[in-house]
Design a protein around this ligand. Structure first.
Ligand code: SF4
Length: 166
């Protein structure tokens, strides 16, 4: 499982607390809802490892950040500066993925009503997400994904994990 970078720090994060961008976890839940199999990616990032860990244990504790996270940590696009050098290829003109992701995650935190660096379990996060559907999918759908498709993935993912009843 991906571990948080470093150890305890001034922000209060515990040593083994996972660090995640909120949209990365939403992508995992939506993908899970759509039946996605999480496999290693050519970029080398840790989506498959984090997905496996979270889906197996919703009581994992995580801290939500607007920055490179434990998924980005092994990615070939993560620069020593902590910035992502990739672009969002589905947008024309292409935009910096760092800027796109930062704006997306800031909007998500406002909508979800908790601050950056909040620490909670995956289960607690998903319970908040459940209360924000429908609605949240409008913010977190990918550029070429319909809101309906995103909503279905999130709802089905929450159902499969027992967060949402039928
Ligand atoms: S945001 Fe950038 S650094 Fe992070 S996983 Fe995606 S491509 Fe890699």
């Amino acid at each position: 499982m991906a571990k948080a970078i470093g150890g305890c720090c001034e922000c209060g994060r515990e040593k083994d607390t996972m660090m995640l961008r909120p949209h990365h976890l939403l992508d995992i839940i939506s993908g899970y809802g759509h039946g996605q199999k999480f496999k290693p990616h050519p970029y080398g990032h840790a989506v498959h490892i984090v997905a496996q860990a979270v889906l197996a244990n919703l009581d994992l504790e995580m801290q939500f950040v607007v920055a490179a996270d434990d998924i980005c940590k092994p990615c070939t696009h993560l620069q020593p500066t902590g910035q992502c050098d990739d672009v969002v290829g589905s947008l024309s003109p292409r935009v910096s993925k760092q800027a796109y992701n930062d704006q997306l995650d800031r909007r998500l935190l406002i909508y979800l009503e908790f601050p950056e660096h909040a620490v909670m379990t995956a289960r607690q996060f998903l319970q908040i997400v459940d209360k924000k559907l429908p609605g949240l999918e409008i913010i977190c759908a990918h550029p070429k994904e319909t809101h309906e498709y995103r909503l279905k993935g999130l709802v089905d993912g929450l159902r499969k994990l027992g967060i949402r009843s039928a």
